[in-house]
Ligand binder design. Structure first.
Ligand SMILES: [Zn+2]
Length: 289
């Protein structure tokens, strides 16, 4: 299995003959509004362009997965993303909750059912509830889902979606121990209220619970995500978690091999930044269960 990090939450999962685009935000730099209005800067979004390799990577897309998209969450499906999907009539897999919304926009929607586990391509998929913030902010947010994909001969993959680290997420990870987890690490927040996705501390806690690789994204692409790659890298090194926590650059392709558990292995293949290290794999430690 390979994962191409495009930008923010937008990735492509390459598994078997399928190339699954996740949460496409395809807008040009600055094409989308500011997400913080009171910070004195009002930076427009996204902060960066898609990587140069994006067009070629998008060519091969066969399916699309949406974690959430309503109530203004354009960083998971923006106008450019909708246009791109509509033109090609790419099958869009989503929750029953988002199906009507996406169908109205002319997309080729193939909603999941309410079943906890269901067939998906060559394998299975299950949804895991997200909490897109806590307290009052949490009440106002659209809470999507994460997806857990199990494909034959491939490492199991948990795409957490936009969530803070909840007990439900912790329990899910402990129970299923996905071999690869993709989590939002930007520490996003609005002008008021707390974090609405994981920040440095929660990503590190997640990485202590998870025995597999943790891929951190949602970094350096949106104006309300203060966490930078360098900061997360330094914190992971300090916590001796630099092996399992991967922080891809936009355009980077990561390759993961399914081996007998728990010896998952991965190899990084840099398209834009050669010379990245191959992560060291931790053996699961009983103290982290
Ligand atoms: Zn997001």
């Amino acid at each position: 299995m390979r994962i191409t990090q495009l930008r923010n939450a937008t990735i492509i999962v390459h598994t078997g003959r399928y190339n699954i685009l996740v949460d496409p935000m395809l807008a040009a730099k600055d094409a989308l509004p500011a997400l913080r209005l009171l910070d004195g800067r009002r930076l427009r979004n996204p902060l960066v362009e898609l990587p140069r390799s994006a067009n070629a990577a998008l060519e091969g897309v066969t399916h699309c997965l949406i974690t959430h998209c309503q109530k203004g969450h354009f960083d998971h499906l923006d106008r450019a993303g909708k246009h791109w999907l509509r033109e090609r009539q790419v099958p869009v897999i989503c929750t029953p909750h988002d199906a009507g919304h996406l169908r109205q926009r002319g997309l080729n929607v193939q909603p999941l059912t309410a079943d906890p586990v269901q067939p998906f391509l060559a394998g299975t998929i299950r949804t895991v509830r997200c909490a897109h913030g806590r307290g009052l902010v949490g009440k106002l947010m659209e809470h999507g889902v994460g997806y857990f994909l199990e494909m034959p001969g491939e490492p199991s993959l948990y795409l957490s979606g936009d969530t803070v680290l909840t007990d439900e997420v912790r329990q899910f990870v402990r129970r299923h121990q996905p071999q690869v987890c993709v989590v939002p690490a930007g520490g996003a927040r609005f002008d008021l209220g707390g974090e609405i996705i994981m920040g440095v501390d929660e990503v590190l806690e997640f990485a202590r619970i998870a025995q597999g690789t943790v891929v951190a994204n949602h970094l350096e692409a949106l104006s309300h995500c203060p966490v930078g790659r360098r900061e997360l890298r330094d914190a992971a090194e300090q916590a001796e978690l630099a092996g399992p926590v991967l922080i891809p650059r936009d355009g980077e392709v990561m390759t993961f091999e399914a081996l007998m558990r728990p010896a998952v292995s991965a190899q990084r293949q840099a398209t834009q930044s050669p010379g990245l290290t191959v992560p060291n794999w931790r053996r699961p430690s009983p103290s982290h269960g």
